[in-house]
Design a protein around this ligand. Structure first.
Ligand code: ADP
Ligand code: MG
Length: 493
């Protein structure tokens, strides 16, 4: 669908002084390729290290040095393109984007301009209300990262750290298909999830492995696109949302006051919660792009593309659909489980050959709940998938009640051990012996004649009796049996 045609839901319209407005957003996401070495040199691409520790002569642009393409980075770009269901271009071209900056020793950035390695694709973006929005990808191209100027190391000098210089970036350009800050946030979240599944970018925004240039414009609902402003280098999803909200209202204010929007590059100041001008389009660079004479056009072997396609992992959308169809989960629970690959595999190990819904409940509510509370991730969960699976099995078989299971979970969390053995050794097996339950029921009925009268008029009081029986049996009585016997004895149906 033509990007301009989609009109935002009314709930996303922004009320101005003169009527409703729609915000239009397009994103240019820079994602650092997960790779040991840089795009055109063998230097380490690892985050951190002492300043200028990961710098080869190529990255420092020493005279006579020549770039050599890192095949793995190319494969990573292809993998990402396939994950975005995008066109892979068998021929692409590296260009020089010329500009001067102290942290760019070459005096140009090697990028791809007219012929990127990946063309159009699509990302299904899931919103909180269950709605799915399709966001078009315009292109994905490979380029080098620049170094970093350090202005806080010396009172009157700036230093340059070239560790990042030459690291491979994928620039993923979306179509102007987003209509609210929530959609933009959900898009970046989904993009990051897909790349993490693919193993092509760690998506670590605090370390700068993913950052976004955010293009924002406003229009009357359904009208022609307005002039956009670009907010550069936003490095957190939350800040991006705030920047969009601020910027849309700023633009609406100007237009409603009779002004017009000048196309410009802006910066988001997270401390002040506002965007401010960095440079106008008139001052924009003329990059004098031309094909880099040091690099031949990049030609991909179709067999290599096919091989990568073959080896793609199951991606989040497919995994979620499978969890819904083969484990009977709700779309919501499935989405929670597939948010990260490690959570999804943990769940699958718990649920394998067991009750899927019950497994999902235990993984999401008990395990994730506890992990969140203690600030732990699935990887360092004290309770393993095998242990939790064993526990789920004991519940399914009726060996223990859900209530006792919570106690066993606590023991597994703090002391470890085998769930079946814990239940056995501590005498936690559920009482399904009807005689024993009946005896407990009789005692409570005999001791509480007033309550017995009351429950006849108010059957919801049955819960009180159930609670009493559970108490005297140490929570071990089978709840279904308790209910049945109580109803019979008390004469309620
Ligand atoms: P340029 O070549 O000037 O950078 P592009 O066409 O490449 O422009 O667009 C850059 C980004 O701006 C893309 O992500 C695109 O979706 C977005 N964009 C384009 N037009 C608009 C608009 N009117 N409002 C918001 N975003 C837009
Ligand atoms: Mg652009």
């Amino acid at each position: 669908m033509d990007s301009a045609l989609r009109v935002a839901d009314k709930k996303d319209w922004i009320k101005g002084a003169t009527g409703d407005w729609e915000v239009i957003i397009g994103l240019e996401v820079h994602a650092q390729v997960l790779s040991k070495a840089k795009l055109f040199s063998g230097a380490s691409a690892e985050f951190g290290g002492d300043p200028n520790d990961h710098v080869s002569f190529v990255d420092a642009a020493m005279p006579g040095m020549l770039p050599v393409i890192n095949e793995f980075c190319v494969e990573q770009a292809v993998r990402t393109g396939l994950g975005l269901k995008a066109q892979i271009n068998e021929v692409s071209v590296f260009d020089r984007k010329n500009y001067f900056y102290p942290d760019l020793p070459q005096g140009y950035q090697i990028s791809q301009f007219k012929q990127p390695i990946v063309g159009e694709g699509i990302v299904s973006v899931d919103l909180d209300d269950g709605q799915v929005v399709q966001v078009g990808v315009e292109r994905l191209h490979l380029e080098q990262d620049a170094g970093k100027s350090l202005h806080d190391q010396h009172p009157n000098m700036s230093y340059v750290d070239l560790n990042r210089s030459g690291c491979a970036l994928m620039e993923i350009v979306s179509k102007p298909d987003m209509r609210s800050s929530d959609e933009a946030k959900a898009y970046v979240t989904k993009l990051r999830q897909i790349m993490r599944y693919l193993g092509t970018c760690d998506g670590n925004m605090e370390q700068g492995s993913m950052r976004a240039d955010v293009n924002v414009s406003v229009r009357r609902p359904g009208a022609a696109f307005g002039t956009r402003c670009e907010i550069k280098n936003v490095n957190s999803i939350r800040f991006m949302g705030q920047a969009i909200e601020f910027e849309a209202r700023r633009q609406i204010g100007i237009i409603e006051d009779g002004g017009s929007i000048a196309q410009e590059t802006r910066l988001y100041d997270a401390k002040k919660g506002e965007t401010r001008s960095m440079r106008s389009k008139e001052e924009a660079h003329d990059y004098r792009y031309f094909p880099d004479p040091d690099l031949l056009p990049l030609k991909l072997d179709p067999a290599m593309i096919a091989e990568i396609k073959q080896s793609l992992p199951e991606l989040p959308d497919e995994k979620r659909a499978r969890f819904v169809s083969s484990f009977g989960l709700s779309a919501y629970d499935a989405a929670v489980l597939v948010a990260e690959q490690t959570s999804a595999s943990f769940f699958e190990e718990v649920a394998k050959g067991r009750d899927g819904k019950l497994s999902a409940n235990w993984v999401i509510n008990e395990l994730f709940g506890r992990l969140n509370k203690e600030g732990k991730s699935v990887e360092d969960s004290p309770v393993s998938a095998a242990q939790l699976g064993g526990l789920v099995e004991l519940i399914s078989k009726g060996t223990i009640s859900g209530k006792i299971a919570k106690d066993v979970f606590e023991i597994l969390w703090t002391e470890g051990g085998d769930p079946a053995q814990i239940v056995e050794a501590r005498g936690l097996v559920q009482v399904t012996d009807l005689g024993a339950i009946e005896k407990a029921v009789d005692e409570i009925v005999a001791a509480n004649p007033d309550k017995v009268e009351a429950v006849k008029a108010k059957p919801t009081m049955l819960g009180w009796f159930v609670g009493q029986v559970m108490k005297t049996t140490g929570g071990k009585a089978n709840p279904a049996a308790v209910n049945d016997i109580l109803k019979k004895k008390l004469g309620i149906s």
